[in-house]
Design a protein around this ligand. Sequence first.
Ligand code: RB5
Length: 147
Amino acid sequence: MKIAICSDHGGFELKMRLIPFIEALGHEVSDLGCYSEASVDYPDMAFPAAEAVARGEYERGIAICGTGIGVSICCNKVRGIRCALCGDVLSAELTRRHNDSNMLAMGGRIIGAETAKAIVKTWLGTDFEGGRHENRIAKITAYEAEK
Ligand code: RB5
């Protein structure tokens, strides 16, 4: 899959550890910034990354800030994005199976690199279940279309 990844300074170190891990899983990763630990504003990375995923340039996106909260708020404001903030593997599995999330948010100051790798591997490797969940996603999409 083509994956967009972005972070602010609070997520930079974790992002740099995840990029080779995701590539080793066989995915193509584009780093949409930031590119150092210098302080930046997370919306400046999260909005462009989410918009690129929404346009279909990437199948999935991963956004990391200190807590994961700021980037998840931004990503979920972009039409067509369903961004799940995950700190555990079960949530990563269920958000793919039930929410068909197309972006994953994580907190670089909240979880360790090994937990993050397990979350990412599960999130990238789990399919949407469809069925009863289709209708729920359709309601989210319909709500977005009205706005
Ligand atoms: C940056 O200090 C921090 O506020 C940011 O990384 C994130 O945690 C915001 O939600």
